[in-house]
Design a protein around this ligand. Structure first.
Ligand code: ADP
Ligand code: GN1
Ligand code: MG
Length: 356
């Protein structure tokens, strides 16, 4: 880690290093130098990203593109180069590191007000809008079939069949719940394949804690965690934000009775997203609630799969962590099924107001 920190061109010499943030994938550290400059140093997770250099090529071209269009430098991440001009440093163990400016702001795991969530909706909507002219075919697929739910089901069934660490017997009801929803979970993917929904450059991991907010104004600054920016559906970005930020409980809340969809927050996000992402087609707008449903089901399935695999993918804090996360997400899926009519009504009403 120390070698990695010294490999980049920093303002000053590193004097403090702390583990930072609540991401589930990369190893994130905050570095402070003797001049007071602050940076984020990250080790890219090689189990998740098989080609870290490809990830950095994507991230580099996306940030260049955004920087040219943004009117404020804090709307875009700024990656530093190493002393030999690379965007990443590879250490003796073959690990990939990258460094970027710590843009004075903060991230939230739960919105503290409607305004916070609305700001994140503007940030993700704006992000998609800013990238609408980006040439999607120049991007590498950093995680193949990332939101392809049909493929996610195929992999899930494989893990169930293998039952590698003997956990299946304890989760049969959860597995059955997931399997019973395969057809519904495949609707968006089928619409993607048939071309009924346009392919866009999407973020694909739009959790609230992947947006930076300004400390003073609490307005959204840049979108973080650009590793999964790839061609995708607008409904993915809308949907993943809803499942995380419009939920009444944390992603890993153990008391399932606390987990519901908050329709008010759903409406708040819908408004911000539609205000910022102005080029969505009517069909794309119509399927936004299905995006929320699909992203929640998909990540529930992914957490459960990882639990069955022995916790290989997501960082966990305790042995049952992935199972707790899976059950919380599946509880939210059930609640969304009850509220699908209301979600559709809200999207139609807000769209009629915003998209005149
Ligand atoms: P992961 O893929 O592990 O989620 P992220 O790039 O999202 O990695 O970083 C993890 C967390 O670190 C973020 O959710 C955020 O809280 C924090 N973080 C990352 N970059 C910055 C930054 N430039 N400024 C402030 N916080 C940051
Ligand atoms: C991971 O990296 P992070 O923590 O922002 C995951 C997302 C999941 C999310 C669930 C690359 O997001 O797909 O939805 O956890 N990222 C990757 O919290 O798999
Ligand atoms: Mg993240």
């Amino acid at each position: 880690m120390e070698k990695a920190a010294y490999a980049f061109k920093l303002d000053g010499t590193p004097v403090k290093c702390t583990v930072f943030g609540h991401g589930h994938i990369n190893h994130t550290l905050k570095i402070i130098t003797d001049t007071g400059a602050e940076y984020i140093l990250q080790k890219i997770n090689k189990y998740v990203f098989k080609d870290p250099a490809g990830v950095m090529r994507n991230v580099g071209s996306i940030t260049d593109f955004i920087r040219e269009r943004a009117d404020d430098t804090r709307l875009c991440l700024h990656f530093l180069t190493t002393k030999d001009g690379q965007f990443h440093y590879q250490d003796d163990q073959g690990e990939f590191w990258r460094m970027y400016d710590f843009i004075g702001g903060f991230c939230l795991d739960t919105p503290e007000s409607d305004q916070d969530f609305y700001q994140s909706a503007l940030a993700f909507g704006r992000f998609q809008q800013m990238l609408s002219e980006f040439k999607a075919d120049t991007l590498e697929e950093t995680i193949p079939e990332f939101h392809n739910t049909i493929d996610r089901y195929r992999l899930f069934k494989q893990s169930v069949a293998e039952d590698r660490v003997g956990r299946l017997a304890g989760v049969q009801d959860d597995v059955d719940f997931v399997l019973a929803r395969e057809e519904k979970g495949s609707i968006l993917q089928n619409m993607r394949v048939s071309g009924e929904l346009p392919l866009r450059v999407t973020h694909n991991d739009t959790k609230l804690n992947n947006v930076l907010l300004d400390r003073k104004t609490r307005k959204s600054l840049c979108v973080l965690d650009l590793d999964t920016v790839m061609p995708g559906l607008s409904a993915y970005d809308f949907g993943d934000s809803i499942r995380f930020g419009a939920a009444t409980a944390a992603e890993d809340e153990k008391d399932l009775s606390k987990m519901h969809l908050d329709l008010h927050m759903f409406e708040v996000f819908t408004r911000g997203f539609l205000e910022a992402a102005t080029s969505l087609t009517d069909r794309e707008v119509e399927v936004l609630p299905m995006g929320a449903y699909t992203m929640t089901l998909e990540v529930g399935l992914r957490f459960l799969k990882d639990y069955l695999d022995g916790d290989l993918y997501f960082k966990t804090a305790y042995p049952e962590h992935n199972l707790v996360r899976a059950r919380t997400q599946l509880k939210l899926v059930a609640d969304m099924e009850d509220k699908m009519g209301q979600m559709n009504e809200i999207v139609a009403r807000v769209a009629a107001e915003v998209r005149k």
